[in-house]
Structure formats: structure tokens, C-alpha cells
Write a protein that binds this ligand. Structure first.
Ligand code: PLP
Ligand code: COI
Length: 368
């Protein structure tokens, strides 16, 4: 697919109506997840023949959408999730943003969408954070969640890849993803629904995967659980991932087990980072299929001591309780275990600039 030569030049158009500072400070007193948005957005357009063009940072505003726009019919859409943090020494940093840029293009390829040069993806994110730097919250557990996304915008009802797309980045100051904050979460093991089949779109971060997960997530809420965990589509046996997070198991010998990447689960950047940190701490990590039957048996026998979910939004969240149609079990004492806590602290320490960024994972945004 044609692409412009990188980097694009962005037209910077500051909002004429930024939120008054007093209102922003008031809103920052009770940060949830994904309800509050910054003043601006970054936008880049793509059309066949022209490639990427019209890059701008402008006041956040609705898009006019034709009722026949292909996104509304065939859901050709992908997104990313990443965070900007304010470090103790005052820098604005992104955590491994080049990993998001790369995964975005992997998702684009799977969804027959044009790839965005990584430099343009990163420039769009950086320019938005720069203009909206006052929207990065300072408090522990809070950050500026960034949501890059791309959708098909051609007015056409035929089923084929769109010939026009809009790429956009919006920013949302957030607190903890789960209402309970850092408390362990409870999860519901879906028996009736699966998330992704072999050959499907499970490894892509496309909106359709989340649409397909919502009925199972609603079932989880109905059972009093925070999140749903999916089993594999072929055998309904192997643990895959949660609706919006990867999963790890901590065994009694201190080793970790996590489901392997095989096309049906999202290759999480948090997952990858935790595997690196675990190795550094001398912890063995096995990426191998692990069944729900084994999970139950290993909790009962004491072979499994902890389990946790991980992702950009939730960071690391201990799993305290597991429910399924025939019963439920608690993991150890239902609290955050020592290995989960150690890995979570190691990751957060780097993300917030409190410990040595020995892997060069932080990307400092200059001039903020
Ligand atoms: N799995 C799913 C389905 C997700 O939505 C996410 C969140 O982005 C993850 C896993 C974790 O990925 P990451 O750590 O890159 O945020
Ligand atoms: C993220 O962690 O960024 C996610 O995408 C999970 C969810 C908010 C969709």
C-alpha cells in the first residue's frame, strides 16, 4: 500500500477553548478510567493514491461520519493503549512506545489497513502529549492514557478494504483501571463464549475482538466478577487471556507460567516486559499451554500460589478469586502474593522513573 515518506509535518492548531485550569484540577480529584479527555487530538488521514497526509494536532472534536462509512458496517478498526507518566524528577515519559507503534502495524496488516510509519505514529503521540502536558496526572497510580486508533472512513458498502482511513490519538487522564484500586480482582471463566479462534484476529488489537468479548464480560459482571477469562476456541480447555489483559500463574517453586503467543492472544507489552524483569530476578518463566483443569487442581494441591493479570490499563493486578459455572476457588489467601508484588513494584518503579531504566524502556518527551 502506498505510504508517504516519513516524517510528516504536523499542523499544530491549539484549541480556542481549553478547559479552564480550575475545572481540570477539580476533575483530577476523582480520576476513573476513560471518562475524562484532554483538550486536543492528533489526526492523520490516508487515502489511496495519496498515502498519509494532512497531519495535525487540533482541538478534540467529533468526526462527521457518513452513514455509509465502512467502519460503521464492517468494523475495520484497530487501536493501541499506552501511557504517559510524570516522573518524580519532572520528566514526561512514555513506556516502550516503539512497541506500540510496531504492534499497531501488525494489527494493520491483519486488518488489511495501511501501515503508518513508526516515526509518524510516535510523532503524533509525542505532539499530543506535548500540547496536553498539563493533563498528565501526578499521583500514584495515575497517568495519561493514550489511545491511538485507526478506522476505515470511505463511504462505500462493498465488502473490501476501505480506500480511506483516519488515524487519531486521544488522551485521557486515568486513575486505577479497577474500581477497587490495587485490591486483587475476581475473574469469571467463560464456558459459553470464546474470544478468538486459530486463524482469526486474536493477536490483532482490533475493536471487533472487544465487541465479541462484551457479552462474556457482562456475564462476568453479573457473577460479581471484575473480568472475564477466556479459554481456547478449539478445545475449551486452555487458559488464553482476560478480556483486556494477559495472565500469569506463580507456582510454589517460584516459577511463572503464562500462555504462549500463538495467534489467538494479544502479545502484551506488559507481558513481555514482565518476562524480562522476571528473568533478571532469577525467576524461570515458562510460556506453555496451561489448562483450566490444571489451574483448579494446582490451587487445590498448593502447587500454584498466585495468579495475576497484566496490561497497560491495569498494570499488574493480582487475581484473588476465580468463579465458573460449577463453583469457585480462592487463590491462596485471596491477597496479592509476594511474587506478584515484587514484579509489579519492579515494573512500576521503571515506568515512573523511580528505578534505573536499564533497558532504555522510557522515552522522554523533550520540552515538556
Ligand atoms: N490482552 C488484551 C486483550 C488487551 O486488551 C491488552 C491490553 O492492551 C493486553 C492483553 C495487554 O497488552 P499490553 O500489555 O500491551 O497493554
Ligand atoms: C489497555 O490496557 O490498554 C487495553 O487496551 C485494555 C482495555 C482498556 C481495552
Amino acid at each position: 500500500m502506498p505510504s508517504t515518506t516519513s516524517p510528516l509535518t504536523f499542523d499544530i492548531k491549539p484549541s480556542a477553548n481549553p478547559l479552564p485550569e480550575a475545572d481540570r484540577l477539580k476533575a483530577f480529584e476523582s480520576l476513573g478510567f476513560g471518562t475524562l479527555f484532554s483538550d486536543h487530538m492528533a489526526v492523520i488521514r490516508w487515502s489511496e493514491g495519496k498515502g498519509w497526509h494532512s497531519a495535525e494536532v487540533t482541538a478534540r472534536a467529533p468526526f462527521p461520519i457518513d452513514p455509509a462509512s465502512s467502519i460503521l458496517h464492517y468494523a475495520q478498526e484497530i487501536f493501541e493503549g499506552m501511557k504517559a507518566y510524570r516522573t518524580a524528577d519532572g520528566r514526561a515519559v512514555l513506556f516502550r512506545p516503539e512497541e506500540n507503534a510496531r504492534r499497531f502495524n501488525e494489527s494493520a496488516r491483519r486488518m488489511a489497513m495501511p501501515e503508518l510509519p513508526e516515526a509518524d505514529f510516535l510523532a503524533a503521540v509525542e505532539k499530543l502529549v506535548r500540547i496536553d502536558a498539563r493533563w498528565i496526572p501526578q499521583g500514584e497510580g495515575s497517568s495519561l492514557y493514550l489511545r491511538p486508533f485507526m478506522f476505515a472512513s470511505e463511504t462505500f458498502l462493498g465488502v473490501r478494504p476501505s480506500r480511506e482511513y483516519i488515524f487519531c490519538v486521544i488522551a485521557s487522564p486515568v486513575g486505577p483501571y479497577f474500581k477497587g484500586g490495587a485490591k486483587p480482582v475476581s475473574i469469571w471463566v467463560s464456558q459459553d463464549y470464546t474470544r478468538a479462534a486459530p486463524g482469526g484476529t486474536g493477536a490483532a488489537k482490533c475493536g471487533g475482538n472487544y465487541a465479541a468479548s462484551l457479552v462474556a464480560q457482562a456475564e462476568a459482571y453479573g457473577k460479581g466478577c471484575d473480568q472475564v477469562v477466556f479459554l481456547d476456541a478449539a478445545e475449551h480447555k486452555w487458559v488464553e487471556e482476560l478480556g483486556g489483559m494477559n495472565v500469569f500463574f506463580v507456582m510454589a517453586d517460584g516459577s511463572l507460567v503464562t500462555p504462549p503467543l500463538g495467534g489467538t492472544i494479544l502479545p502484551g507489552i506488559t507481558r513481555k516486559s514482565l518476562i524480562t524483569l522476571a528473568h533478571e530476578e532469577g525467576i524461570t518463566v515458562e510460556e506453555k499451554p496451561y489448562s483450566f483443569a490444571e489451574w483448579k487442581a494446582d490451587v487445590a494441591s498448593g502447587k500454584l500460589k498466585e495468579a495475576f493479570a497484566c496490561g497497560t490499563a491495569a498494570v499488574v493486578a493480582a487475581i484473588g478469586m476465580v468463579k465458573y459455572p460449577d463453583g469457585e476457588f480462592q487463590i491462596s489467601d485471596g491477597q496479592t502474593g509476594p511474587v506478584t508484588a515484587r514484579l509489579r513494584d519492579a515494573l512500576i518503579g521503571i515506568q515512573r522513573g523511580q528505578s534505573n531504566d536499564r533497558h532504555g524502556w522510557l522515552h522522554t518527551i523533550a520540552g515538556v
